[in-house]
Ligand binder design. Sequence first.
Ligand code: TXA
Ligand code: MG
Length: 312
Amino acid sequence: MNIEKYTKILLNEDVVAIPTETVYGLAGSISSEKALHKIFKTKERPYFDPLIVHVSSIEQAKEYVTDWTEITEILAQNFWPGPLTFVLPKNDKVSDTITSGLNTVAIRMPNHIKTLKLIESLGTPVAAPSANPFKKTSPTTTAHVSEYFPDISVMDGGECQIGIESTIIGIDDKKITIYRPGMVTKSQIQTTLMKYNIEIEVCQQESPVAPGHLKHHYMPETPIIAYETNDIKLALTQINSNTEMKKYMSHPYIWNLPDDPTRVAREFYGLLKNIDQREFSSILILYSKNYTEDDKWNGILNRLEKAASFSF
Ligand code: TXA
Ligand code: MG
């Protein structure tokens, strides 16, 4: 499986793009400051935006945090390996370069056999943000990564099955805070923790320590117009009657989101990237009000909001 080749690159303090079930990551060993700096440099990522540490087992995660509660254990048992990241108090084995000097670390066990084998073979976790330049859409195929970073080695793990980034949560004794919604949903977490008296709060606030929260974080070049309706005619009439918006309507790509959130998440970034490279004047995305009743849509609508230049 070529794991050895990529292990060597990481041991050599260089970076490798790795497949995960969510999106491709740009990985470096957490014990190499050189590799960590290369991640920031390659992505042109500001140092105030901390990285997620990826582990190959629950046991390994425990080595880097000062507090692993019963709640954390239950969530890990239920959702790992998988698209759920915990923000936990870190110990001094985690460098400030990874956490931007915060006293917490974001940590997850990704659900991809090749990446788990790579981390196991390295014997050390890897820090990996999504493998895209700062402010570009996240890559879900090796082709996307190579297009962004032609000189970076990519471990081929096929197309990402989830398609949007992991759900990020903070855990303390009485409260879970969802910092970034994803395909692990609030109601799934609630059900899992049913017998505990724990509040689950969705963090709406734009935070400088979690720039995943900044509006327009994922904006493609072609402007996106997001419209909450499934009536195409109505949307076109209203948009065309708006002078500012009308100029983007000469040759729009219209994407009426299908009903299945799993499918939309999987196709989301790939489709935006693909349309962005064609000569459309805008991407008009129509979505239905009913969608928001399903938790699985929260992550998608959050990314859509960040990608859209205009929304109704
Ligand atoms: O699915 C994913 O999470 C992907 C794959 C590669 O695992 N990774 C990913 O990483 O989306 P990135 O760097 O694009 O987004 C990580 C987010 C950032 O918004 C960062 O600010 C936040 O995690 N983060 C990292 N450490 C944090 C901490 N200690 N407290 C709060 N937020 C943190
Ligand atoms: Mg990212």
